[in-house]
Write a protein that binds this ligand. Structure first.
Ligand code: PLP
Length: 216
C-alpha cells in the first residue's frame, strides 16, 4: 500500500488499511490488532457482535462494511466507528432515527453501486445526490464520503475505471453540496487495492491478502 501511494505521489498516511477479519478466528483477529492493525471490519452483524464483545479490552475501531438490515442496527451501531455501507434511503432514515434516540451522531459512507452489477447493494450513481440531500436534513447523520466495489470481471483496467468513476462522483457531489465534507473514499480490496489507491482511495478494505498462508 505504501509503495503504491508513494509511486503515485500520495503520502502513505493518506491511505488507511481497514482489515476485513471475516475469514479469521477471534484469536487471529486479536493478533492482528496486537500487530498494529487497529481498524478492523466485519461484513455480517452476527460475526461482528461476538468479536466486538470478546475484544472489548482492546481499543479496536470497528468498521461495518456489509449489508445492514434495519432490525440489526441497534445491536451493531453501538460498537461501530464508521458504517461504510448505507445502501438505501430506508436504511439511512432508520440509522438516523436510532441515532436521534441515542442522542449521538453516526459517521457513515454512502455505498454506491459503481459497477452497475444488479446483484450488488448500493445507490445508483444517479441517486447519490438525492441521498446526500436527504442525509443533510438528518442532523444525527454525518456522511463522510463514498464506498464502492469494482466489477468482479474485467481485470485491473475495469477496476481502475470503476474507482475513477467513484472518485469523480464524489468530486461532483462535493461541488453540488458544499456544506458536506466527503473526504473518504472506501474502495479497493485484496485484488485491486493498488488501482484503488491510484484513483484516490483513503480507506482500503483488505481481507484475504493479510491472511495468505496462515491457518485461520
Ligand atoms: C470481505 C470484504 C472485503 C475484503 O475482501 P478481500 O478480497 O478478502 O480482501 C472488502 N470489502 C467487503 C465489503 C468485504 O465483504
Amino acid at each position: 500500500m505504501a509503495e503504491t501511494a508513494l509511486a503515485c505521489g500520495r503520502s502513505s498516511d493518506d491511505v488507511q488499511l481497514v482489515a476485513a477479519t471475516k475469514y479469521v478466528s477471534l484469536e487471529l483477529t486479536r493478533q492482528l490488532f496486537e500487530a498494529g492493525c487497529q481498524d478492523l471490519a466485519e461484513s455480517r452483524p452476527q460475526d461482528l457482535w461476538p468479536k466486538a464483545e470478546a475484544l472489548q479490552d482492546l481499543s479496536v475501531r470497528w468498521h461495518f462494511i456489509g449489508h445492514l438490515q434495519r432490525n440489526k442496527l441497534a445491536r451493531t451501531l453501538p460498537v461501530v466507528t464508521l458504517l461504510h455501507s448505507v445502501d438505501s434511503l430506508r436504511l439511512l432514515e432508520a440509522v438516523a432515527q436510532w441515532a436521534d434516540h441515542q442522542q449521538r451522531v453516526v459517521r457513515a459512507l454512502l455505498e454506491i453501486n459503481i459497477s452497475g452489477d444488479e446483484n450488488k447493494h448500493g445507490f445508483l450513481p444517479s441517486d447519490a445526490s438525492a441521498a446526500l440531500q436527504a442525509a443533510s436534513q438528518l442532523p444525527s447523520m454525518r456522511i463522510d464520503g463514498l464506498m464502492g466495489m469494482a466489477a468482479l470481471e474485467g481485470g485491473p483496467d475495469r477496476a481502475r475505471r470503476d474507482f475513477a468513476a467513484l472518485r469523480e462522483l464524489r468530486d461532483c457531489l462535493q461541488a453540488e453540496h458544499p456544506s458536506a465534507s466527503l473526504r473518504e473514499l472506501s474502495m479497493g480490496m485484496s485484488g485491486d487495492f493498488r488501482e484503488a489507491i491510484q484513483e484516490g482511495a483513503t480507506l482500503v478494505r483488505i481481507g484475504s491478502a493479510l491472511f495468505e498462508g496462515i491457518a485461520t
